[in-house]
Design a protein around this ligand. Structure first.
Ligand code: SF4
Ligand code: SF4
Length: 422
């Protein structure tokens, strides 16, 4: 049986509070591409007044799933959940593009993703050679150079999950944590996990790296591939259950992954697999964003002293709006750096998921330009956000804006500050 969209759309009182906050409406000022418009259209599809065709598909795929609308709605209507469900119907009706199917296959099969990452690492060295040649040419014509740390994420030679042993024991620790790393930090931004491991070692905390963890399934969820979500969510919950009683927390240095594990799994399970809800209840109380847990449970803040460098912080939608996490990463960065708040750190960076980054990249670019300008205006040396999806999008947007700000994860900056002090 299909999802009953009227459960959400009938509760919309048409107040319009969500409209000025909506990421897609900000760059495409049409009522149709607004939360209220999406809900109206969903109602029409639900009542068979409008067909789910290529035009409606195009409209529903323009939502960034930023949850700004949920945050301001007086009824807390989960327009995001309704859109995720209609994308499932879209995927069922139209099928998924071959590259999405291939990518989700990798998410479901770690061995295949490891293999592709290995080949990716080998072949990208050719890519860098081309970039270097491009830069040589640009320098001849006095054009701004493409900075290496602003290029799209490169694969690392050894993924995080293969780099470290399963247990990293501390000397008489009073805490033990597991790390859920997320695919981007596993294969691309390995320095995020490296920094977390080093910080935990300094804090004398026992580390457990669950080697059989799988993708949280967020990319598939936002694209409507619920079969992949079903498989990965059930797998991860059963696997976490094997060790959850032995650890104080599962630290997730990624806003999207932690939101998926903690909040989106619950929405999904309530609708499609309620028998897994008790297991999820047990596990979700131990899932934390990395800075969230470090702030509440350690003396890390006291170990930091001011560095000469400046930083601004972007609030990932899946942290601030979905989980209420925004003070903790700021507290560390304010303690260790010259902190410069941007004009509206809560505005979505415009990543928007796989469809947005591929088929609707012009929309991601428009939303990204707003964020890049905001970051650039602070004149901060670094921009930070506890999210690798934001990192891809912000890095790309800064590159297009020709800004000199460089992206660093808060954990990288915290570890950098700790290293400088020692
Ligand atoms: S999730 Fe974001 S882009 Fe989508 S309707 Fe809500 S505010 Fe607009
Ligand atoms: S804020 Fe909520 S109730 Fe008001 S128009 Fe938007 S979705 Fe409807």
């Amino acid at each position: 049986m299909g999802f009953d969209y009227s459960k959400i759309s009938d509760l919309c009182i048409k107040c319009g509070k969500c409209i000025p906050e909506c990421t897609i409406h900000r760059i495409n000022k049409d009522e149709v591409t607004s939360p209220r418009g999406f809900l109206d259209l969903l109602n029409a599809v639900n009542n068979n007044e409008i067909e789910l065709d290529k035009t409606t598909k195009d409209i529903f795929e323009s939502c960034f799933l930023c949850t700004n609308c949920v945050d301001v709605c007086p009824n807390s209507l989960h327009t995001d959940f309704a859109i995720e469900n209609i994308r499932r119907d879209i995927a069922d009706k139209f099928g998924l593009a071959w590259y999405k199917r291939a990518f989700f296959y990798l998410l479901r099969h770690r061995w295949a993703f490891d293999l592709v990452a290995k080949f990716g690492y080998m072949f990208q060295t050719c890519g860098f050679k081309i970039e270097e040649e491009k830069n040589a040419m640009r320098s001849r014509f006095s054009l701004p150079l493409i900075k290496k740390d602003r290029l799209l994420p490169s694969m690392k030679r050894v993924p995080f999950l293969k780099k470290y042993p399963q247990y990293i024991k501390a000397d008489k620790p009073d805490k033990k944590v597991a790390i859920f790393i997320g695919c981007l930090a596993n294969y691309n931004y390995v320095e995020v996990g490296d920094s977390l491991v080093e910080i935990l070692k300094i804090l004398n905390i026992d580390i457990f790296i669950p080697k059989k963890q799988m993708c949280c399934a967020a990319p598939a969820y936002f694209t409507g591939d619920f079969k992949t979500v079903d498989k990965l969510a059930k797998y991860n919950l059963e696997y976490f259950n094997e060790f959850i009683d032995d650890v104080d927390a599962i630290l997730v240095p990624e806003a999207t992954c932690s939101a998926m594990l903690k909040v989106d799994y619950e929405h999904y399970l309530q609708e499609y697999a309620p028998q897994y809800l008790p297991l999820h209840q047990k596990i979700k109380s131990k899932i934390f964003g990395a800075t969230e847990w470090l702030y509440a449970n350690t003396n890390l803040l006291e170990l930091l002293t001011k560095q000469e460098r400046s930083v601004t912080y972007h609030d990932p939608c899946h942290f601030r709006k979905v989980q209420g996490i925004y003070k903790q990463p700021r507290a560390f960065l304010q303690q260790a750096y010259n902190f410069k708040e941007m004009s509206d750190p809560n505005v979505c960076c415009g990543f928007g998921g796989i469809t947005m980054q591929t088929e609707k990249f012009h929309l991601a670019q428009k939303a990204g330009a707003i964020k890049a300008e905001m970051i650039d205006q602070t004149q901060a040396e670094f921009v930070s956000a506890e999210c690798s999806a934001c990192r891809i999008q912000i890095t790309q947007s800064l590159n297009e804006f020709n800004s000199s700000a460089i992206f660093k994860h808060p954990l990288e900056l915290i570890y950098q500050a700790l290293k400088n002090e020692n």
